[in-house]
Design a protein around this ligand. Structure first.
Ligand code: HEM
Length: 178
């Protein structure tokens, strides 16, 4: 009897650890709904610049880990413009955290919430502080609002930058392409 318990313990402990590990490493199901490539059109504005329209492509990559790798590429009149890349993760069921790098010299890190609204759409909002490289235009805060309803995504990006208060910079509608 004692021998039997002694020999079975390591196996059951290993099984339990595997279960615990797989649960811990699982991608949150709401983040999983973002995985894929999304394409569409956006519009941009800010108190200091002229309004503009842009072509938008966003890819959320499943990394096999409990976070998504994210890449955005944009074009204006066919010319490559802003791009950015980073990570989205959910440290707990209703919390989102982002770390995103911008080629214009900003590093964004922030946190926020994730919920499912009355229509079953996923709604995320993050609020980030920003660090700027010495030659970058000053950006102090970035707020991202994202709504995913099936194969449609709408997002808005607001920023506090170049001495202005929080104001809308981007609004875009994209559809799942891949
Ligand atoms: C979080 C992401 C972004 C941040 C923090 C950001 C930040 C900024 C800042 C600080 C300015 C300068 C405003 C001024 O000088 O008065 C600017 C301008 C501009 N942004 Fe963004 N931007 C972002 C994403 C985008 C995206 C996705 C596009 C799409 C094409 C875009 C297109 C533009 C354009 C066309 C201008 C005006 C011309 C220029 O300065 O190049 N931005 N942005």
């Amino acid at each position: 009897m004692i021998w039997s318990i002694a020999t079975s313990f390591p196996t059951s402990r290993a099984t339990w650890l595997r279960f615990w590990h797989s649960e811990r490493m699982a991608l949150d199901p709401r983040l999983a709904r973002l995985v894929g490539t999304w394409r569409g059109d956006g519009v941009g504005c800010y108190p200091t610049i002229a309004d503009f329209a842009y072509t938008d492509e966003i890819t959320f990559n499943d990394t096999g880990k409990p976070f998504l790798h994210f890449v955005q590429r944009t074009w204006i009149n066919g010319e490559p413009r802003h791009t950015e890349t980073g990570y989205w993760r959910m440290p707990s069921p209703d919390a989102v955290e982002v770390v995103i790098a911008l080629p214009t010299g900003q590093a964004e890190r922030g946190s926020g919430t994730c919920r499912t609204d009355e229509d079953g759409a996923i709604v995320m909002e993050t609020d980030s502080s920003v660090q700027n490289t010495p030659s970058a235009k000053q950006v102090d805060r970035i707020v991202r609002r994202l709504r995913v309803d099936g194969d449609r995504m709408h997002y808005e990006v607001l920023m506090e930058a170049v001495g202005q208060g929080l104001a809308l910079h981007l609004s875009s509608d994209v559809r799942r392409a891949l």
